[in-house]
Ligand binder design. Structure first.
Ligand SMILES: NC(=O)c1ccc[n+]([C@@H]2O[C@H](COP(=O)([O-])OP(=O)(O)OC[C@H]3O[C@@H](n4cnc5c(N)ncnc54)[C@H](OP(=O)(O)O)[C@@H]3O)[C@@H](O)[C@H]2O)c1
Length: 332
């Protein structure tokens, strides 16, 4: 079978499409014929050796895939041949076939296509957990989303609206803001790129206060980090919840803790991958809720760019170069 392989750490130019032997299933595993896989930020980090988990070389990147169960291993009970599924494996998805442990695979509704399933799993799984279990977002509250046109960002815009919040989108270009407005964001504003000066950081805080009528945002969803986090936290509402999602801009910010005291706010870590292992029943319930919201037309994962497996390296570069809006999908 064909697979994208990282043969040397360093970036997309070290990736190769190779013919490799088809994997076989062991006990508790299923073999999936992959139809669509989606690109996530950890893929960008893993091929550079910058991710928290580093597989031995050569490896196939790709954390999530949707497809059809082709074969089930001994003792698999919840899945059968022919099931439409998605799988969260952390790696291995940019290939024609993937072997996944039963626990990482979930059936998808018959009406859902493979690209949507691949686009929905990590971004919406993370975001529903963040907004529901971690932030307890309530209808009528204000949700500020940084990096709002990115994978998890756009999911936060979509789910925030479905949960009845007033959603404010912040991103680096008008094109990205327009996309967020099309997805239901109530307002949006552009923030600067590069190393933000002290004045630019002050302006960012001021802008958030301005769009929230001076009150600040009740919940802040931050997948960006770096120079964006502290100014955003300075503009959180009293008893707000600041969701630490990720650090797409590279640097992990150091936050003065007096801000948490002064705002009476919570700085809340979100590690969805860990939670899925700790509470698989809760995670499954969240996905049932996501499938229901999708079936009712209340959420709509955005597939903005599609690549083939032969061009999978370009798909990863697209995300790395900050060009992606919504989800980047590899169709197989
Ligand atoms: N905590 C969890 O459980 C969890 C789960 C999934 C993902 N994550 C994390 O969430 C973050 C975003 O993931 P994603 O898949 O949504 O990525 P993505 O689609 O690339 O979105 C990230 C956004 O960050 C912004 N950004 C700011 N500086 C950037 C830079 N230097 N390079 C690239 N993007 C930059 C971009 O928006 P602008 O151009 O508008 O600024 C971009 O749209 C990652 O750090 C990822 O590891 C965490």
């Amino acid at each position: 079978m064909k697979a994208l392989q990282c043969v040397e750490l360093g970036g997309v130019d070290k990736l190769e499409i190779n013919e490799v032997s088809s994997p076989d299933v062991g006990p508790g595993q299923v073999l999936i014929d992959v139809k669509a896989a989606s690109v996530n930020f950890p893929d960008v980090l893993m091929i550079q050796g910058l991710y928290q988990f580093q597989p031995p070389l050569p490896f196939t990147p790709g954390g999530e895939a949707a497809g059809i169960v082709e074969k089930v291993g001994e003792s698999v009970e919840s899945l059968k041949e022919g099931d439409k599924v998605f799988a969260m494996t952390g790696m291995g998805a940019f290939a024609e076939k993937i072997v996944a442990p039963e626990g990482s695979v979930m059936p998808i509704p018959e009406s859902m296509d493979y690209e949507t399933a691949a686009a929905l799993s990590m971004t919406y799984g993370t975001t529903l957990y963040a907004l529901k279990q971690r932030a307890n977002l309530k209808a009528g509250e204000t949700l500020l989303v940084l990096g709002a046109a990115g994978g998890v960002g756009l999911a936060a815009v979509d789910l925030g609206k479905a949960m009845g919040a007033k959603v404010i989108a912040a991103a680096s270009s008008q094109e990205k803001i327009d996309m967020c407005i099309q997805h239901g964001a109530d307002e949006g504003f552009i923030y600067p790129t590069g190393d933000l000066s002290k004045d630019q950081q002050k302006e960012l805080s001021g802008k958030i206060k301005e769009v929230t009528g001076g009150v600040g945002a009740n919940v802040i969803y931050d997948p960006v980090g770096s120079h964006y986090s502290e100014p955003a936290l300075r503009a959180i509402a009293w008893e707000g919840r600041y969701l630490v999602i990720g650090f797409a801009a590279g640097d992990i910010p150091k936050i003065p803790l007096n801000l948490a005291l002064l705002k009476g706010c919570q700085i809340v870590g979100v590690f969805w991958g860990a939670w899925t292992g700790i509470d698989p029943v809760g995670n499954k319930a969240n996905f049932m809720e996501l499938f229901k919201l999708h079936g009712e037309g209340k959420i709509a994962p955005e597939v903005s760019d599609k690549f083939t497996l032969d061009n999978a390296a370009d798909a990863i570069a697209h995300l790395q170069n900050r060009k992606a809006k919504g989800k980047v999908i590899i169709t197989i």
